[in-house]
Design a protein around this ligand. Structure first.
Ligand code: GUN
Ligand code: FE
Length: 420
């Protein structure tokens, strides 16, 4: 047995809106699986080594539930066009480069390290349509200690000359990729029709059938932007609303992630709730490429499953601290425009750490049985007239999101990042 025992101020989000703190506590994992959080170390572990982090905050690490690996090199660039033009002008030409496996290796190695340094140990991530580059992405994530789901993107229309498969190619490459990625332990495949404008009905129906036959999860985009929605309704005359283009092809399940949903109306949101589809809210991306402000708080009130994503490179920052801030601010924009309530820091923190657990078959917080995902924050002493509570310290860490805020990151049984 290999033990990881961390001592410090252990802070987690076991339920939406509530934080649980154990000061001077112990977080214990055995072979990378959490056993518990304790005020005093149980006798059974007394002879095991303890990493003592003093009173440092020890937090759940992040799950980034929506980002595009091949767009990493354009992060922070080209945010001067709305979605559909942005895709054609910047995104698709960049993604075409991942036919080159050497380029893919260099980018994906750096991305994987950048993720763990930012405290992200679990992802649901889009690759490009290239099968070999997708396998390289899976290798690099696993090597760096990032677990989760990776998708080879399917695109058989509207990608232009350099970023498009035939329907047959897309189906055959997906099947081969599913065979080849059985060798991975901690990263798994997720079916990834890019979005309805990129995929014919025939391809989507094939993927829907595959999802059912092999019990596979699905990720895509929904109702992000007005021009996108118009395109979908033109392409799918049999669909009254965007979501039906997925639902009619078997892609609307309780293991489906839909990014954005900025413009999903009551009916579309109800369809998500009824099917158990999860919304991935990506606030920064929605502002950067002029999509809008999603009603993130309202979605929670309606009982939808909501998680957060950086959506790099529509999002300009890989740090999920930034995605938490974007969610808080999006909720406040909605508050000032339509009077809906806004998110608290504890709620937004839950969305970035605990809410995704369900998608991975785990429990919220540092629950026993969960894979260990934790980060230790740097010294945050402040000349406050009274000691700060753990919740206040978290709030400050979120809003200040300083460089070098993270001292160490653990994933499974491994320490995957250390600032020393
Ligand atoms: N919709 C289809 N593809 C993309 C993409 O790469 N980024 C975003 N933000 N939306 C998309
Ligand atoms: Fe996206």
């Amino acid at each position: 047995m290999a033990f990881t025992i961390l001592k410090g101020t252990i802070l987690s989000a076991p339920t939406l809106g509530e934080l649980e703190a154990v000061e001077g506590g112990y977080l214990v994992a055995e072979d990378g699986v959490i056993r518990g959080v304790y005020e005093t170390l149980p006798e059974a572990y007394a002879s095991e080594p303890v990493e003592d982090w003093g009173d440092a905050l020890i937090l759940q690490s992040f799950s980034d539930m929506h980002l595009h690996a091949p767009q990493y090199p354009m992060m922070g660039m080209g945010l001067d066009l709305p979605l559909m033009d942005w895709l054609q002008t910047y995104t698709f030409p960049l993604e075409a480069n991942y036919a080159d496996t050497g380029y893919a290796r260099a980018v994906y190695r750096q991305l994987a390290h950048d993720l763990v340094e930012n405290g992200t140990t679990r992802v649901c991530i889009f690759s490009s349509l290239h099968r070999p580059a997708t396998l390289i992405l899976m290798e690099e994530l696993e090597r760096a200690g990032v677990s989760g789901y990776v998708g080879k993107v399917n695109m058989d229309r509207n990608g232009g000359e350099h970023l498009q498969e035939t329907t047959e190619e897309s189906m055959a490459e997906t099947l081969q990729w599913l065979e080849e990625c059985q060798r991975f332990q901690t990263v798994r495949p997720i079916l990834t029709p890019r979005f309805t404008p990129s995929c014919t009905d025939r391809l989507m129906a094939f993927l829907g059938k595959l999802a059912a036959e092999r019990d596979l999860p699905i990720q895509s985009h929904l109702s992000e932007n007005d021009a996108e929605i118009e395109t979908v309704l033109k392409l799918c005359p049999d669909c009254g609303q965007y979501w039906e283009s997925y639902a009619k092809r078997g892609l609307w399940t309780n293991r489906t992630l839909m990014a954005h949903c900025v413009w999903s109306d009551e009916r579309e949101r109800k369809a998500m709730k009824d099917a158990g589809v999860t919304v991935v809210h990506c606030g920064d991306s929605n502002w950067n490429i002029c999509s809008g402000t999603a009603p993130v708080r309202k979605m929670l009130d309606e009982g939808l499953k909501v998680v957060l994503g950086s959506d790099v490179a529509g999002g300009d920052n890989l740090s999920m601290f930034q995605a938490v801030i974007a969610a808080l601010r999006a909720s406040k924009v909605r508050c000032t425009t339509d009077g809906s309530p806004f998110l608290t820091v504890a709620e937004a923190w839950y969305l970035a750490t605990s809410a995704p657990a369900d998608f991975f078959g785990e429990k919220p917080g540092f629950a026993p049985g969960n894979r260990l995902g934790a980060m230790v924050l740097a010294d945050d002493k402040v000349l406050s007239p009274h000691p700060l509570s753990p919740a206040q310290r978290l709030e400050r860490a979120v809003y200040r999101r300083q460089k070098n805020a993270i001292r160490a990151v653990y994933s499974g049984g491994r320490k995957v990042f250390s600032a020393q």
